[in-house]
Write a protein that binds this ligand. Structure first.
Ligand code: APR
Ligand code: ZN
Ligand code: ZN
Length: 395
């Protein structure tokens, strides 16, 4: 029965690969902004507490774009295998891995959960002492080495604890979540980052209540996941803000009730417009899903004094600081950041997957394109041009 299961997802027999180096195809980023090169690489077997995964699907998130473009100096580790949204099946596990086994359907998570540190044991955070997301780390946590190399033996760096633009990847088991084998892996790919981040920001970070008003800045997959979750929570007004009006069509289907294109707001500041649209007071919650300081400032000023809450989801690569006078916080507006929507990945993602399968969160609208692995550079282009939400790459 097991062998049939493996074959159905294209796993080679254990004697071919387990404990051995695998030669497979990967999309390697050699330098900032240059097209990824699909080439044969070597992937080492998983070490203690690590897992090697055969990736079946991966997609591209804005964070991959930023790293590929080398937006942040300290992130420039090349050659590198990018990618962090994916799904796949375990090919083999390293010593002492007890909660995962060959054949398990899994989703990688860029911010891990070891389950044992003070952070993992606390219900106040989803950060982990050892495996929390670190965009500047490009090697394995356990030994500071890479598990990828070129055919000539040159090391290839890792990305965000995951590196999914490859047929096989090695991760710490703390960054691998087992998903019910009945769940469609294709859609589960979205839970690796974007959708979980947006949904969790609403459910866990803001705890949006029924009847409340919401403004979402940036209507990519992350912002639209916020919309989908806010709609599910019964928000009465969901204002979507984006400079690309094409996003408005999709946004409507995902619960957005009002749209603003900032380019068309000329006579007043954006936050004044939003306050006007909410009876003068401002929204109860605003979500920044762009990664732009000016946008963040508008998002902050758009909320209602006394109780307004701004949640930061966008990644701000710029070293410029956020302009906020401390006295402004006496007006009762709060601001908070969220990583992975405050979900503890290993323990809570299976529940979110279940909620998605039951229809509590609709994942269908997020996959706007699908392409074979060879066309991964076209998928980057679609995101750069604002044409896709998520382009699913089939490996
Ligand atoms: N004002 C409003 N919207 C903007 C602005 C702006 N100044 N600049 C860009 N946008 C919009 C884009 O038009 C796009 O629709 O923000 C959206 C960003 O969407 P994507 O590029 O698809 O990014 P996404 O994957 O959703 O990630 C959003 O969250 O996880 C982080 O690193 C990620 O910072 C990124 C953010
Ligand atoms: Zn992401
Ligand atoms: Zn931990």
């Amino acid at each position: 029965m097991d062998s049939f299961h493996y074959e159905s997802v294209g796993l080679p027999s254990p004697s071919e690969t387990v404990g051995k180096v695998i030669t497979c195809k990967a999309a390697v980023a050699w330098s900032p902004g240059e097209p990824l090169v699909i080439e044969e690489i070597k992937v080492d077997p998983p070490q203690k507490m690590e897992v090697r995964i055969k990736i079946l699907y991966t997609s591209i998130c804005h964070t991959d774009l930023s790293a590929w473009q080398g937006e942040n100096e300290r992130q420039r580790s090349f050659p590198r295998i990018l990618g962090h949204e994916a799904s796949g099946v375990i090919e083999s596990v390293g010593e002492e891995v007890e909660d995962l086994k060959r054949g398990d359907h899994v989703v990688p998570i860029f911010t891990g959960e070891c389950g044992e540190c003070a952070y993992c044991k606390s219900d106040k955070t989803n950060l982990c002492e050892k495996f929390r997301v670190n965009p500047f780390r490009s090697v394995m946590v356990s030994d500071g080495k890479t598990r990828f190399s070129t055919k000539e033996g040159k090391p290839i760096f890792h990305f965000l604890n995951t590196s999914t633009f490859t047929e096989y990847t090695v991760l710490d088991s703390a960054c691998v979540v087992k998903i019910d084998s009945d769940a469609p892996l294709k859609k589960m790919t979205l839970l690796s980052c974007g959708v979980s981040t947006g949904v969790g920001a609403v459910w866990n970070t803001a705890k949006v209540q029924s009847g409340s008003t919401v403004a979402i800045f940036g209507l990519g997959a992350v912002g639209l996941a916020v919309a989908e979750a806010a709609r599910g929570r019964g928000a009465s007004k969901i204002i979507g803000v984006d400079i690309n009006p094409n996003k408005f069509i999709k946004g409507k289907a995902m619960g957005i009730t009002d749209f603003i294109n900032p380019k068309e707001v000329v006579d007043v500041r954006l936050h004044q417009k939003i306050r006007e649209m909410t009876g003068g007071g401002g929204v109860d919650y605003s979500f920044e899903c762009v990664g732009n300081l000016d946008v963040l400032r508008e998002a902050f000023s758009s909320t209602h004094d006394g109780w307004g809450l701004t949640v930061i989801l966008g990644i701000h690569a710029s070293p410029t600081l956020f302009p906020l006078h401390p006295m402004e916080l006496f007006d009762g507006r709060r601001i908070v950041g969220t990583i992975f929507g405050d979900f503890k990945g290993k323990s809570q993602l299976p529940l979110l997957a279940h909620d998605c399968m039951c229809g509590k969160v609709n994942l269908d609208e997020f996959i706007t394109h699908e392409l074979p692995f060879e066309k991964i550079n076209d998928a980057f282009r679609l995101l750069v041009d604002g044409k896709s939400l998520r382009c699913l790459i089939h490996l």
